[in-house]
Design a protein around this ligand. Structure first.
Ligand code: IMP
Length: 177
């Protein structure tokens, strides 16, 4: 098992590139089936979800749109408790089938605060796809519809996820030692 250092902390391999890619292909197959004949809009939440969103989107064979927005509630390894929107949503969601794409649902606070804003625009349907879900850490009533992996309540980096801005470029996902 590889141990790496990101900034000042040690992390060990948790999910390999192959495991991530094969699970994403399964999720995409499910979405292809569930959304056949529709044209869903994927809303990927930056920064963390950029790799997952790209790989998921590449594996879709239905007609689909994607846009990116930015929300942040994390600084370092602890939630700051604030949800900040820094890039707004320009798309009109009325009557659309919307799928939110998240890197990880941790406390659930980010999505819990954000979903009402989306629902307000009256999309036809609204679902959540997250690569990772720290179920034990989730404190808000949030139930992702598509989950890549349920993981323990331990800090992870890689594949888009960062520790203080670093580690996003790693192909694998690593867990704090
Ligand atoms: P939540 O609002 O607590 O669900 O946190 C969601 C956001 O926190 C995610 O989109 C990530 O950006 C960040 N986050 C939560 N857990 C981790 C982690 O283990 N590693 C890196 N970022 C994390």
């Amino acid at each position: 098992m590889a141990v790496i250092t990101v900034k000042d902390k040690q992390f060990e391999t948790y999910l390999s590139d192959e495991m991530i890619q094969s699970r994403i292909r399964e999720l995409a197959a499910e979405i292809n089936r569930d959304y056949a004949g529709t044209k869903p809009l994927f809303i990927a939440i930056l920064n963390g979800s950029f790799m997952f969103a790209a790989d998921l989107f590449k594996n879709l064979d239905i007609e689909a749109e994607i846009c990116f927005i930015k929300l942040a509630s994390y600084k370092g390894m602890k939630s700051t408790g604030k949800v900040v929107t820094s890039i707004g949503l320009e798309e009109d969601l009325f009557g659309k089938d919307v799928i939110i794409v998240e890197d990880i649902v941790d406390t659930g606070k980010t999505l819990h605060h954000f979903l009402p804003k989306l629902k307000h625009q009256q999309p036809r349907s609204l679902k959540i796809a997250t690569l990772l879900h720290k179920k034990e850490a989730t404190q808000y009533p949030l139930h992702p519809d598509y989950t890549g992996f349920e993981i323990p309540n331990k800090f992870v980096v890689g594949y888009g996820l960062d520790y203080d801005g670093l580690g996003r470029n790693l192909k694998e996902i690593y867990q704090l030692v």
